[in-house]
Design a protein around this ligand. Structure first.
Ligand code: C2E
Ligand code: CA
Ligand code: CA
Ligand code: CA
Length: 276
């Protein structure tokens, strides 16, 4: 019995070690990925009620030996470390430089939204760093937007409130991401200094349910009263699109329209639109 007990302890220790070692290994890989420029933006357009492109969201991908690794496999590890700040700083740089490049090539620019982690929002000189990149690349501030999760407001509301107001003064707008999944109530919405609200995909999935439909209708109604535009994310079917349009939602994002695509494809899409 004794030796079996030891085996068991040995088993747990081994498992624990492999998990810990894996994390350490991943962290080292992420550092080198940053230095080798392996994080790239993919772009997913969002459309208006007529299906016309209004803008896009930049979503991070890790291109590792020609394999495309989705954020679900590394973003939470990054977000647990200060590394996310450097990764997002470089990511903002890539997007800003893409916007400037399209402008130089005469392609009509669209506002691009970038996801910001809580660590970046609380990082030193975020405002100054962003404004500097915009100036260096000579782009118009209204082509840059940020998305932040509802949870960020719970942690440092006052700090965030001030930061957003500074950005908004410069013409950069903000969206609350994954709205409805956090802990906030609808009345909280009035306090958020944001221009857009993204209705989380889980609500869109459940639109066939009457209660969910009523919640979504209320969100859209209240947002309108507060002068906040609503974006539905994860729209996959024509039925969902129709229901949301009927409810007064103004922007739509999802596989029904476009999947996230590499920069070159996004550029071709914008050029097609310019010429056609
Ligand atoms: P998110 O910000 O909520 O982004 C929406 C996610 O839904 C994206 O997943 C997008 O590809 C996916 N999506 C869009 N339309 C559909 C659809 O019709 N059906 C389905 N099933 N999915 C759809 P993705 O690109 O894998 O990103 C996942 C999450 O990773 C993002 O969720 C965001 O939280 C995070 N993320 C991505 N880029 C960054 C970044 O630069 N910084 C930070 N902090 N987080 C990021
Ligand atoms: Ca987002
Ligand atoms: Ca979202
Ligand atoms: Ca999400």
């Amino acid at each position: 019995a004794r030796s079996r007990g030891e085996d068991r302890i040995g088993f747990f220790r081994k498992n624990f070690e492999t998990k810990a070692t894996k994390l350490i290994k991943l962290k080292a890989e992420l550092e080198s990925a940053l230095h080798n420029n392996e994080f790239k933006p993919y772009y997913q357009p969002c459309v208006d009620r007529n299906g016309l492109i209004m803008g896009a969201e930049a979503l991070i991908r890790w291109i590792k030996n020609d394999k495309i690794i989705p954020p679900s496999e590394f973003i939470s590890q990054l977000e647990q470390s200060e590394l996310i700040i450097k990764v997002e700083d470089k990511f903002i740089e890539s997007v800003v430089s893409f916007i400037s490049q399209t402008k130089k090539e005469g392609i009509p620019p669209y506002p691009i939204a970038i996801n910001l982690s809580i660590k970046s929002l609380n990082s030193k000189d975020l405002f100054e760093r962003v404004i500097l990149k915009i100036k260096q690349n000579k782009i118009d501030t209204r082509y840059l937007k940020f998305e932040i999760v509802e949870r960020a407001f719970l942690e440092k509301f006052e700090h965030l409130n001030k930061l957003i107001l500074r950005f908004r003064e410069k013409g950069i707008s903000f969206s609350v991401d994954d709205f409805g999944t956090g802990y906030s109530s609808l009345s909280y919405l009035a306090k958020l200094p944001v221009d857009f609200l993204k209705i989380d995909m889980s609500f869109i999935r459940a639109l066939s349910d009457e209660k969910t439909r009523n919640i979504v209708r209320s969100i859209i109604f209240l947002a309108k009263e507060l002068n906040i535009q609503t974006i539905a994310e994860g729209v996959e079917t024509k039925e969902q699109f129709d229901i949301l349009k009927e409810m007064g939602c103004s922007c739509f994002q999802g596989y029904l329209f476009y999947r996230p695509m590499p920069e070159s494809d996004f550029k071709s899409l914008l050029m097609e639109r310019k010429n056609g």
